[in-house]
Design a protein around this ligand. Structure first.
Ligand SMILES: Nc1nc2c(ncn2[C@@H]2O[C@H](COP(=O)(O)OP(=O)(O)O)[C@@H](O)[C@H]2O)c(=O)[nH]1
Ligand SMILES: [Mg+2]
Length: 193
């Protein structure tokens, strides 16, 4: 978090993290679209529309005294050992972990989560996190329930953690998870977005 006393701006870094194809780019696009800022997203995609490195965009909100500037990234675990990963995660103020809620994706999700844990170590427990169980619309096959994940990730050791169900393609739960995260980052501020 960077506080600029001259311009009275608080700069916050948020990363949408999770396994490949879980819905990070879709979630981020919905969020920016909601604030009419879709043209603000910079994506580096390959030819089949998969995010190659990351998506990045800035959302700004004017406050009565201070302005809030959110730098928002998406990052995939798959290329964790490539040089882009640590740079994207450095100095993060909050993470939205986008999991694929399909039962068969449980191991993928856990692997991605472990990469996050590997990167931050014990510090991970201090970072505000919202886990988005995405693709909740897909009801063919069994779903991952909140408790399935809680058991695997030391849920109770986190200071500020939430879990929500999301459907990024329709936007269900996306704004809610974003609000939950900023509420965790700024427990004392009242937001009206
Ligand atoms: N059914 C369904 N499909 C989704 C949902 N979110 C994303 N997708 C699809 O999953 C695929 C991967 O999404 P994308 O956002 O590119 O994943 P990323 O790799 O995490 O950035 C795309 O085809 C999306 O349309 C969802 O909530 N429900
Ligand atoms: Mg992507």
């Amino acid at each position: 978090m960077i506080l600029n006393y001259e311009s009275k701006t608080i700069q916050v870094k948020i990363v949408y993290y999770g396994p490949a194809m879980s819905g990070k780019t879709t979630s981020l696009k919905f969020l920016f679209n909601y604030f009419n800022k879709e043209d603000q997203i910079n994506s580096i995609e390959n030819t089949v529309g998969r995010t190659l490195f990351f998506d990045f965009g800035v959302l700004e909100f004017k406050g009565s005294q201070w302005d809030l500037k959110f730098l928002i990234y998406s990052a995939t675990g798959q290329d964790f050992y490539s040089s882009t990963r640590p740079t994207t995660l450095r100095g993060v103020d909050g993470i939205i972990f986008v999991a694929d809620s399909k039962r068969e994706c449980l191991e993928h999700n856990i692997r991605s989560w472990k990469e996050l844990k590997y990167y931050f170590g014990e510090n991970l427990y201090q970072i505000p996190i919202v886990i988005a169980l995405n693709k909740y619309d897909l009801n063919n096959g069994k779903k991952i329930e909140k408790n399935d994940l809680k058991h695997k990730i030391d849920f109770n050791r986190f200071r500020m953690i939430n879990m929500t169900k999301t459907i990024a393609i329709t936007g269900e739960g996306i704004l809610d998870s974003f609000k939950k995260l900023i509420k965790s980052i700024f427990p004392k501020i009242r937001f009206t977005i």
